[in-house]
Design a protein around this ligand. Structure first.
Ligand SMILES: NC(=O)c1ccc[n+]([C@@H]2O[C@H](COP(=O)([O-])OP(=O)(O)OC[C@H]3O[C@@H](n4cnc5c(N)ncnc54)[C@H](O)[C@@H]3O)[C@@H](O)[C@H]2O)c1
Length: 320
């Protein structure tokens, strides 16, 4: 198998910077480019802060920060970032045309063996690579936020993706300390976003119809199915609950569960008001800058502690 040495990440925002970190921490040489200078100028500090959080729970060593950062080069152009690249991940915003155009620019600048991956949340790779000469080397690698912490990456081949591309991608992600899940079929939203949207439709309907307050719904989910699902999968859960019991509950409830295709009213109202969540300081809840930083630090701390427990030291996301 052709070894992958140099990785390019295009788009260094929420997802891109954490993807850079995951590869750089494992000794890969990573080049990155973002069209915004403000994003390029802050990316190393954001990675440094992530590693500091990992140090506090014993996941990494402070002395490694500089060596991890030394594996990462910030470039001033797409062309420069793509030079000699073996594996490209695009993590620019979720816009079909933008991503297709980017794929079209990447292909002539990289070698025939270079894999071109997309971190899209929803578009099939068959659609993103429709105009390329060699779509066999394209694939979806769908990371989860925060990408430098969450172990799972969904790997979704398209109609023309070669087995060679799939195998090299799975091998690379394992070397980056990730837990890749390869889908057998290319479907929109892959596995996890379909599950999340099905759950969110019901949650937003419960909130909208005043069954419980937002904080009570969050508290209920975190302290019940949230806790449970971190430790055992949903299909294991039904084995332990009993299939006949689950079957009865399913039949008695399914007719009452939200099933329409409208954007939930509460979501639409907030979006129309420009309340996008932490980005604007206002979403389902209100946030100050201080609160956002506090919440992110606590979230990352909890995830890291959970990882330590659940993966029993078998995951090693931060050290080379
Ligand atoms: N945020 C999440 O939770 C999440 C999770 C999984 C997947 N994704 C997917 O990852 C991708 C990126 O999402 P994000 O949340 O990191 O977005 P983001 O807005 O935080 O970052 C995107 C970055 O891409 C840059 N960019 C835009 N066009 C570019 C170009 N032509 N060349 C270089 N840089 C460019 C922007 O300046 C920005 O910094 C999207 O496809 C999104 O759907 C997001």
């Amino acid at each position: 198998m052709l070894n992958i040495h140099k990785i390019t990440v295009l788009g260094l925002g929420t997802m891109g910077h954490g993807i850079v970190q995951s590869f750089a921490a494992k000794g890969f040489q990573v080049s990155g480019f973002d069209k915004l200078a403000s994003v390029r100028n802050t990316v190393k500090e954001r990675i440094r802060a992530n590693i500091h959080s990992a140090v506090t729970v014993g996941f990494s060593d402070k002395s490694l920060i500089d060596s991890i950062l030394s594996n990462f080069r910030i470039c001033e152009s797409e062309d420069e970032a793509l030079q000699d690249s073996d594996f490209v991940v695009e993590a620019v915003k979720e816009d079909l045309e933008l991503k297709q155009q980017l794929f079209g620019r990447i292909e002539p600048l990289v070698s025939r063996n270079t894999i071109i991956a997309s971190n899209t949340s929803s578009f099939p790779i068959t659609q993103l690579s429709a105009h390329l000469n060699f779509p066999d080397r394209t694939i979806v690698t769908h990371w989860f936020n925060p990408p430098h912490i969450v172990p799972v990456v969904e790997v979704v081949p398209g109609e023309k993706t070669s087995l060679f591309t799939i195998d090299r991608t799975l091998d690379l992600l394992k070397k980056a300390g990730k837990s890749p899940i390869r889908l057998k079929k290319e479907i929109p939203g892959f596995l996890i976003n379909r599950i999340q949207i099905a759950m969110l439709r019901e949650i937003l309907d419960l909130l909208n119809s005043g069954v419980a307050d937002a904080s009570e719904i969050d508290r209920a989910v975190k302290g019940s199915i949230g806790l449970r699902l971190a430790a055992i999968g949903p299909l294991e859960v039904i084995d332990f609950a009993g299939l006949e019991t689950t079957g009865k509950v399913f039949q008695s409830l399914v007719g009452d569960i939200k099933s329409d295709q409208e954007l939930p009213a509460i979501l639409k109202e907030k979006i129309d008001l420009g309340h996008f969540g932490v980005k604007t300081g206002n979403g389902i809840y209100k946030y100050t800058d201080e609160l956002i930083n506090e919440k992110i630090a606590r979230r990352d701390h909890c995830f890291l502690e959970l990882l330590k427990l659940l993966y029993e030291g078998k995951t090693d996301l931060f050290n080379n």
